[in-house]
Write a protein that binds this ligand. Structure first.
Ligand code: MN3
Length: 207
């Protein structure tokens, strides 16, 4: 057995100009696929055949195996990211909205702060909304780093801010990409489901 590229939970054309089919062809079909292939290629040498993806990420972290860590963490990060997107415009509601209002004042104030984090993150990485204990927290992680590798960090939402996530549709304009997705393309139902603290499991798989 080996890790697989998870199917997208929507059609590659579902987002129109917000995220083009061409972006999905490259980002999912080439970049995410390459992380899966390279992780599988490294499993035997690391003695991790049959392990869960999250266990591979943590073992690679503990052993200082950078190549395996980067590729396996990127498999998980992208598997989570696709689920954070929805072609149908939604807004936070219920318990999630109450928590956002309590932590940031309003949905708009939260979105502005998340955008600042995503746009301000230097070079490649990921912007995150996480549960830290019981509190909502906005943060970002560099390169392939992942909440899976940070004990106690429970992921709710992510935006990929690697240039490959937006260059075909927005060229170098990361703020345009972040605005477009945050305003129109977030699966807030998925984000809300992660309030149970089990977000890490939702992008896991068995090799
Ligand atoms: Mn990416």
């Amino acid at each position: 057995m080996a890790f697989v590229l998870p199917a997208l939970p929507y059609e590659k054309t579902a987002f129109g100009e917000l995220i083009s089919e061409r972006t999905f062809d490259f980002h999912h079909g080439k970049h995410h696929q390459a992380y899966v292939t390279k992780t599988n290629d490294a499993l035997a040498g690391a003695g991790l055949e049959g392990a869960k993806l999250t266990d591979v990420i943590r073992a690679a972290r503990d052993k200082g195996n950078k190549g395996l860590f980067n590729n396996s963490a990127q498999v998980w990060n992208h598997s989570f990211y696709w689920q954070c997107l929805s072609p149908e415009k939604q807004a936070p509601s219920g318990e999630l909205k109450a928590k956002i209002d309590a932590a940031f004042g309003s949905t708009d104030a939260f979105l502005a702060k998340f955008k600042d984090e995503a746009v301000g993150h230097f070079s490649n990485g990921w912007a995150w909304l996480v549960l830290d204990g019981d509190a909502l927290k906005i943060t970002s992680l560099h390169d392939a780093d992942s909440p899976v590798a940070h004990d106690g960090m429970k992921p709710l939402l992510t935006l990929d801010v690697w240039e490959h996530a937006y260059y075909l549709d927005y060229q170098n304009a990361r703020p345009g990409y972040v605005d477009a997705l945050l305003g129109n393309a977030i699966n807030w139902d998925f984000v809300a489901s992660n309030l149970d603290g089990k977000g890490v499991d939702r992008a896991d798989q068995q090799s």
